[in-house]
Design a protein around this ligand. Structure first.
Ligand code: MG
Length: 382
């Protein structure tokens, strides 16, 4: 990269990914300039960010907070609601859109930005889980690059740099195993929200933290990897690695395995998605392997973590199944967080939704959006 300034839009700026992205931008003000920011409901933080970075426009999801944001930011264009978010996503006068939105709500903004010809730094894995095939077609059509922010996919991307895709034997996606890796299956019914929100290694938002506890996160990442790296499910494996130091690996046909390592901190993959192909200097905590001492690995327990198998099955069945899997999971996770259902009910409700839906072999975008609504409604009455 030369010294040309990159104009960036950060959607989900006040979430965990967004805040880290702004830290990266803050440390390289000559390289990165924030043009658009969006927030769901944290108006105060959005205002603070806008006062610091002077974006051209911001969008606040919660329309009730529009006046507050508007009054605090004279001279800044302020948009609101879902329409405001989609309008920002569709603007073509930025180089990269970093999608740090949570859940299926992040899919349409990804699509809008690709259609606008804007490169994507994608943290919102749900975009690819729900519409991977469709998005890959759009990327080709609009000659847009999509760079992964998810740490596993950033690792695989880095391992594949300079390699020939025909030489890949398999991808090995690592996962910490979450807080319940060693908890006996009999105790899963008594898991509390507070226990599930305590991830051993990663500081993340609430939805993805629960996904890590059920290990659905790993399943969604396998689907994400399938579309990012154009490989069938048979060539994607999961290995549990409790220390979260190796962020994923690639095995080649000659038996050589490449891994990418680092401290478990999203700042590194976020920066790489913006600075690619450079690894720019940072003085944040560095990896000290001697201090860590031991790296261990084990097979994932598919009996205990039913969501992993559900995701592999959804990938194999294809069509509309991953859409329903994703949306049903999201709704179940929020119901668990609200204390309405047990931890074990999460996979049970997902299976119910998948069984009840009308299968579509090749859903188009309208089908996917309709299925999203159908699944949300189904989950509310299940
Ligand atoms: Mg990940």
């Amino acid at each position: 990269m030369g010294s040309k300034t990159k104009f960036i839009s950060v959607l989900g700026a006040t979430g965990s990914i967004g805040v880290n992205a702004l830290n990266v931008v803050r440390s390289y003000p000559d390289l990165y300039r924030l043009k658009y920011l969006s927030a769901h409901s944290q108006a105060d933080l959005l205002i603070e960010q806008a006062l610091e970075f002077s974006p051209s426009a911001v969008s606040i999801g919660d329309a009730d907070q529009y006046d507050k944001v508007k009054n605090a930011l004279p001279g800044v264009e302020v948009l609101k609601g879902r329409a405001g978010l989609l309008e920002l996503a569709a603007r073509d006068d930025v180089d990269t859109m970093l999608n740090g939105l949570v859940g299926s709500a992040g899919m349409e903004p990804t699509i809008k930005s690709i259609q606008a010809g804007v490169d994507i730094a994608l943290s919102n894995k749900e975009s690819l889980v729900m519409a991977g095939d469709f998005i890959n077609g759009l990327l080709k059509e609009h000659k847009v690059n999509l760079y992964p922010v998810d740490s596993e996919h950033s690792a695989i991307w880095q391992c594949l740099t300079g390699e020939s895709s025909q030489d890949i034997k398999r991808l090995i996606v690592t996962g910490s195993g979450g807080p319940f890796r060693t908890l006996p299956a009999e105790s899963f019914d008594n898991i509390t929200v507070a226990q599930a929100l305590k991830h051993p290694n990663w500081a993340m938002g609430r939805k993805i933290t629960i996904d890590s506890a059920t290990m659905m996160n790993k399943g969604l990442e396998v689907i994400e990897a399938r579309w990012l790296f154009h490989l069938p499910a048979e060539k994607i494996d999961i290995v549990v690695h409790p220390q979260s130091i190796i962020h994923s690996m690639v095995e080649f046909l000659d038996g050589s395995v490449k891994a990418q390592l680092g401290i478990p901190d999203m700042k590194i993959p976020i920066q790489y998605a913006l600075s690619y192909p450079r690894h720019l200097k940072q003085d944040w905590e560095q990896l000290d392997l001697a201090k860590i001492g031991t790296l261990t690995f084990e097979e994932p327990d598919l009996k205990k973590f039913k969501c992993i198998q559900l995701a592999f099955d959804a990938l194999e069945q294809g069509g509309s199944v991953p859409v329903v899997l994703n949306v049903a999971n999201e709704e179940a996770v929020y119901r668990f967080l609200d204390g309405e259902i047990s931890f074990n009910a999460i996979p049970e409700l997902i299976i119910k939704a998948i069984d009840a839906h009308d299968f579509l072999e090749h859903p188009n975008l309208d089908d996917i959006l309709a299925l999203e609504q159908w699944t949300q409604a189904f989950m509310k009455r299940s």
